[in-house]
Design a protein. Structure first.
Length: 665
């Protein structure tokens, strides 16, 4: 089991105040819950950015401009230093960043135990965790909670893919393809003149597919973003109308009727599609022919006739069933005539066929067709009702928008987003084109291009005499793809189950549960089963906490700290109390950056919950620029360059009384 704890960090010469913070308690263990209060304007964003860089190693790729942006204002320091100290199980792990402002570069050094290495070199046990794609999930802010629930983002599925290394299947497939290409190039060709042409064809198609896939992904992401923005805008628009007393009742009624009409139309469409899966329901002629077939079988007593196996067995006997002795001649005649009869399998098939036809076609060839016609009429009626309900809702919205210019502007924005979504849907459909008439460079149909690539690879394999290798490669690639998909599906099911168990354990009052993971987290109401994109701010944050805690604190595998920016900022006071109560149960270490306005209804519930869980008391730290409070005595807190760090609850909760307004507002 991997257990990672943050025990402190220090910063020098950077845009945040110079400071050294320690989260270790008297026993030397890392504090279970620590709150670091950094008023606005004291470099909280800079500190968080440096924390992420120390945990991920991504600062090595920063541009000179990005590095110089972190230089402390008003100072001529040539360099800045940030050093993060952690405990990996019981061994100390330190990652240091040295920022050279003159060169615009960042250099790393890593110390683990007694060994120091230049560069970002986390221990092997942490290498799959201390990566940029992971770090934002345990050093996060409120935006992450929203992104986990938005279809325009795929962060929920992405972190599962990365954490469980599902990308290794794709890497294996890519390596498999590279190996086959190497063998093909080395094998030589039976037609040397044709080899280059066929080899280049394969490479060109692979390049084209890569380009089209990138375009398709970009358009799809944009469509999902617009779809999410449209839904959000519609919800805000409806909410604004509901706040107007003269329209609230009418809009609620119209919305309810529209939802009912949509559900009815969906039900009728599903019923009709189910019936249309039976060919005899579509064509009375086919139904009549099927009924005639079964009637004909009945007239000729099929399959009631004796099976041919009876006669084959009879030919092996010494006497016929009539008692007459059998010789070779009569046995030959019996075997010949046995071919006129059906075998047992054919007879069983015909019996099944007759039973199925009678059960489904019935006595009249037109019965099923009449049912289809009735279903079609019901569907038409339900579609008309849905359209009318939609028009009724739009009429209320138009009236409300006519009375308020802001609502009218919002309504026009919704119309604009709807048009954008329509255009993007049309663009996405271009990549589903199956027209074979266009050339490789002109077609966007991914299935067409992939089919052409398969044909081109087969021709290349034939000319290089590697067709057998190609077939084996294809089989292995198919196995890897199936294994990846099955593994992903199983992991997501288990994560959903564990997340919901955690929600049930910690937040029974939460109205939402996770239904599944399709790019983002898909939520549902457990009682009604209705799917919902997202809930309230508090519900979203609670679900996000439960999901991330499930991933990063799985029993027997690893425990990671949660480092959260503004854990209670977006919540109302009631929700703050509930979130504070669940924090000690979520993770083994919780570090939070807060401002003074977040304290109400958060600090005391957190203290009570932590005490109840046997976790002692929170560690309270307040960091700000030294000199901002002229009346603050030199003995209060610790001065460190231009920074002042004060430890203790009293100063923490009374900060508004001692710090200048401009630094806390």
């Amino acid at each position: 089991m991997i257990s990672l704890r943050v025990i402190g960090w220090e910063a020098r010469g950077l845009r945040c105040p110079d400071h050294t913070v320690q989260f270790s308690e008297g026993s030397g263990d890392a504090a279970r819950v620590a709150l670091l209060q950094m008023p606005n304007g004291t470099g909280k964003t800079t500190t968080l950015r440096l924390l992420r860089a120390a945990l991920s190693g991504d600062a090595a790729s920063w541009t000179p401009k990005q590095v110089r942006e972190l230089k402390k204002r008003g100072r001529d320091d040539d360099e800045g230093v940030f050093r993060l100290s952690m405990l990996l199980d019981d061994a100390r792990l330190t990652v240091s960043l040295r920022l050279d402002f003159e060169e615009g570069t960042v250099s790393y050094s890593t110390t683990y135990g007694d060994g120091k290495q230049e560069g970002f070199k986390p221990p092997q046990a942490l290498r799959r965790i201390m990566r940029p794609e992971f770090v934002n999930f345990f050093v996060f802010d409120g935006e992450l909670a929203n992104h986990l629930l938005k279809p325009s983002h795929t962060k929920a599925e992405g972190v599962i893919r990365d954490l469980f290394r599902l990308d290794l299947f794709d890497k294996l497939t890519a390596r498999l393809n590279e190996h086959w290409e190497d063998l093909t190039a080395k094998k030589g060709a039976t037609e040397p003149k044709g080899f280059n042409r066929r080899f280049n064809k394969v490479q060109d198609l692979k390049k084209r597919i890569g380009e089209v896939e990138a375009e398709f992904e970009r358009v799809t992401e944009e469509r999902d973003r617009v779809k999410s923005a449209l839904l959000e805008q519609k919800n805000k628009f409806d909410k604004a109308i509901l706040e107007r007393e003269q329209y609230a009742a009418r809009l609620s009624k119209a919305t309810g009727e529209l939802e009912q009409a949509r559900a009815a139309a969906d039900g009728e469409a599903s019923r009709l599609l189910t019936r249309l899966r039976s060919p005899h329901a579509v064509s009375p002629v086919l139904a009549g022919e099927m009924a005639t077939l079964t009637a004909s079988l009945d007239r000729v007593k099929l399959p009631e006739s004796t099976a041919k196996e009876f006669f084959e067995e009879l030919a092996e006997e010494a006497e016929c069933v009539c008692g007459r002795p059998l010789n070779e001649e009569t046995r030959r005649h019996i075997r010949e005539r046995a071919k006129r009869y059906l075998g047992a399998e054919e007879m069983n098939l015909l019996n099944t066929l007759k039973a199925e036809v009678k059960a489904h076609v019935g006595g009249s060839a037109g019965d099923e067709r009449a049912k289809v016609n009735a279903d079609v009429e019901r569907l038409k009626q339900s579609l008309r009702s849905r359209k009318q309900a939609q028009q009724d809702k739009e009429e209320v919205e138009r009236e409300a928008a006519g009375d308020d210019p802001k609502l009218d502007a919002a309504r026009r924005q919704i119309a604009n987003l709807e048009q954008q979504l329509l255009d993007l849907d049309n663009q996405v459909r271009r990549y589903e084109d199956r027209d074979e008439s266009r050339g490789d460079k002109d077609t966007l149909g991914l299935d067409v291009l992939r089919t052409r690539l398969a044909r081109a690879e087969k021709k290349l394999a034939e000319i290089t005499r590697t067709l057998d290798l190609k077939e084996r490669r294809d089989r292995l690639a198919s196995i890897l793809e199936t294994a990846r998909d099955k593994a992903a599906a199983g992991i997501k099911r288990e994560v959903v189950r564990q997340t919901n168990e955690r929600i049930d354990e910690l937040m029974k009052q939460n109205a939402l549960r996770v239904k599944n993971i399709r790019g983002c987290l898909v939520l549902e109401h457990p009682e009604s089963g209705s799917v919902q994109q997202e809930g309230s701010v508090g519900e979203n944050l609670s679900v996000a906490y439960a999901f991330l805690a499930t991933l990063f604190n799985r029993s027997g595998e690893h425990e990671l700290p949660f480092i959260v920016d503004s854990p209670a900022g977006p919540l109302d006071h009631q929700k703050r109390t509930k979130v504070a109560g669940l924090i000690p149960k979520l993770t083994s270490q919780f570090l939070a950056f807060v401002i003074s306005t977040e304290q109400a209804d958060f600090v005391e519930p957190l203290e009570k919950a932590l005490a109840k869980a046997g976790g002692g008391k929170p560690l309270y730290l307040t960091l700000f620029h030294d000199g901002r409070v002229p009346d603050l005595g030199a003995t209060v807190g610790t001065r460190d360059g231009d920074g002042r760090l004060v430890t203790g609850r009293e100063f923490f909760v009374n900060i508004r009384d001692v710090l200048k307004d401009e630094e806390v507002d």
